[in-house]
Design a protein around this ligand. Structure first.
Ligand code: NAP
Length: 282
């Protein structure tokens, strides 16, 4: 690669994003002549930004809230995975075309594969809390790994039911109140709702009802040890935090823009962890 390769993360707001730290750490570690910057793009400016990307201003970049769905229609091609998930978080520009994909899916799987190897062996039933954008990527990932039944629980139960219907026959939709009845059969519990951010907690989620072998994971990583993960540890259950998902979802984009597949190392994790709020008191 000759000229400096440029990449970005766009969102509105965007100042909080850890992506520049992640990609900046990799660029430095691999001695790559490239840049990665956070750019605040308001919703009305999105078409113009994508046009500049198409014209060659950047190699590509990440897309975050509130653009993940809107950018879908502005791409020239969207891969089948992002189409099924219904959201794009990674853009690649090539020969005057913009291609979109979704790497949250790989981020979720990469994190569990690294932190809880074998987590999906014989996994029959899983509970996923939340029915938003992140939930969609995770439901597709769990189906892909062959989980037989996936229960989607959400504060707004109608949304869980609609999402389950859309995803297929191995999904079912429920209210949060149904957790206790579903828990005894679940080998995996995933929180994809924003509960847990800044220490917020579920009113009533009796983790003691899960099998003793169950794995609990939270994709919220601010704080790193959410109240849900703290309770899982207290109940003697295995747990995986959400920071690894953020790190792993960054891998495919970096490879596409800068030509090298980067590694998620303990050093990278420590650099990002140092920027997170301290764990919640429990
Ligand atoms: P979203 O589309 O806005 O969905 C939010 C979800 O949280 C909905 O299911 C919503 O339920 C639920 N929720 C919000 N407030 C709630 C409350 N007070 N009580 C119960 N449920 C509540 O957001 P998203 O994009 O899916 O992201 C969700 C979380 O995942 C965020 O915290 C985000 O930072 C995190 N995330 C992490 C990663 C990672 O790499 N680790 C990646 C993506 C997202 P209703 O339908 O009832 O409103």
């Amino acid at each position: 690669m000759s000229a400096t390769r440029k990449a970005f993360v766009i969102g509105h707001p965007i100042a909080h994003s850890r992506s520049p730290l992640i990609h900046g750490t990799w660029l430095k570690a691999y001695g790559i002549d490239g840049s990665y910057e956070a750019i605040d793009v308001a919703p009305g400016e999105l078409p113009e930004f994508v046009a500049a990307l198409r014209a060659g201003a950047f190699a590509g970049g990440n897309v975050t809230i509130p653009h993940k769905e809107a950018v879908f229609a502005l791409c020239d091609d969207v891969d089948p995975l992002a189409r099924r998930i219904g959201a794009v978080n990674t853009l690649v520009a090539n020969d005057g075309r913009v291609w979109g994909t979704n790497t949250d899916y790989l981020g979720f799987l990469g994190n569990l594969d690294q932190e809880a190897s074998g987590w999906d062996d014989g996994l029959d039933e899983a509970i996923v809390i939340g029915a938003g954008g992140a939930a969609r990527a995770i439901l597709v990932a769990l189906a892909e790994r062959g989980v037989n039944h996936i229960a989607v629980l959400n504060r707004t139960a109608d949304k869980a039911a609609a999402l389950a219907r859309e995803m297929g026959p191995q999904f079912s939709g429920h209210s949060l109140a149904e957790f206790a009845a579903l828990a005894p059969r679940a080998g995996l519990l995933v929180n994809t709702s924003s509960i847990g951010m800044h220490g917020t907690r579920f009113d009533d989620l009796p983790l003691a009802g899960l099998p003793k072998t169950a794995l609990v994971t939270d994709i919220v990583y601010t704080p790193l040890l959410t109240p849900l993960l703290a309770e899982a540890r207290e109940a003697g259950l295995r747990s995986v935090d959400g920071l690894g998902m953020l790190l792993h979802q960054a891998v495919p984009g970096f490879e596409a823009w800068f030509g090298r597949r980067p590694e998620v190392t303990p050093m990278l994790r420590a650099a990002v962890e140092a920027t997170l709020e301290p764990s919640s008191e429990h």
